[in-house]
Ligand binder design. Structure first.
Ligand SMILES: Nc1ncnc2c1ncn2[C@@H]1O[C@H](COP(=O)(O)OP(=O)(O)O)[C@@H](O)[C@H]1O
Ligand SMILES: [Mg+2]
Length: 216
């Protein structure tokens, strides 16, 4: 099974602008510490690196606020970087190496750059790779703080959304919207091509009439 070996956190939520490394052993890991010390922020950092784009999942109203102390009076970089190293000795992640490292860096405009090992990679590719490894971002894999108790207080619309998230529908929703957009674009290109074809056909017909007249 894919498991996390190490997480490096820089400038993410309560983690300041020096690298914090956390090593994980296989099996059950428990993290203890006082309230507000940043335990849940570690899980937020992991889902962030794996491509989570819903700020509310990481318990902030927008992505920018994930950067450490972004509105404080401080000097320092306005960016965050999280790196997660996965054990891939069983090759569940479709990459031929024993460890796979994902890095996400985000600036204060919410723009992100992802790397897999040292290569730049786009977010969709990361989502696909972890989908294949059955280690995707679904809330079944990452049960965030409050998810369980909050369900009882939800409106039916919110409940539906949560269930959709749970069964992984939102991932397909994103894919569907993207595919529909591509389909519309293809339709438009087809229409243009058909119009051009009609034009050429008209010209051929005219030339044919002309030729027949000349041949007579
Ligand atoms: N962008 C941020 N900059 C600095 N601190 C932050 C930021 N976002 C969240 N925090 C801090 O993270 C702390 C909460 O950490 P959390 O992981 O929820 O704690 P716990 O250990 O109780 O799970 C709070 O003190 C909050 O102020
Ligand atoms: Mg917590």
């Amino acid at each position: 099974m894919v498991h996390i070996k190490k997480v490096d956190i820089f400038g993410f939520k309560s983690f300041g602008f020096k690298n914090t490394s956390i090593n994980f052993e296989p099996g059950l890991v428990s993290i203890s510490g006082p309230n507000g010390s940043g335990k849940s922020n570690i899980l937020d950092a992991i889902v962030f690196a794996m491509g989570e784009n819903k700020a509310r999942v990481m318990r902030q109203p927008n992505l920018r606020l994930l950067i450490h102390d972004i509105d404080g009076n401080r000097h320092g970089p306005k960016l965050t970087r999280v790196r997660v190293q996965f054990d891939n000795s069983d090759r569940k992640i479709p990459v031929d190496s024993d460890t796979v490292t994902i890095t996400r860096e985000m600036n204060d405009k919410g723009e992100s750059v992802y790397h897999m090992d040292s290569k730049k990679i786009n977010r969709n590719r990361i989502l696909d790779i972890f989908e294949v490894a059955n280690a995707n971002l679904s809330p079944l894999n990452a049960v965030q703080q409050g998810t369980v108790t909050r369900i009882s207080e939800m409106s039916s619309e919110e409940k539906r959304k949560t269930i959709e998230d749970l069964v992984g529908l939102s991932y397909f929703d994103e894919k569907k919207t993207e595919s529909l957009k591509q389909l519309t674009e293809a339709d438009q290109r087809l229409e243009v091509a058909m119009a051009k074809m009609g034009e050429v056909k008209k010209q051929i017909d005219e030339l044919e009439v002309e030729r027949n007249l000349k041949l007579r």
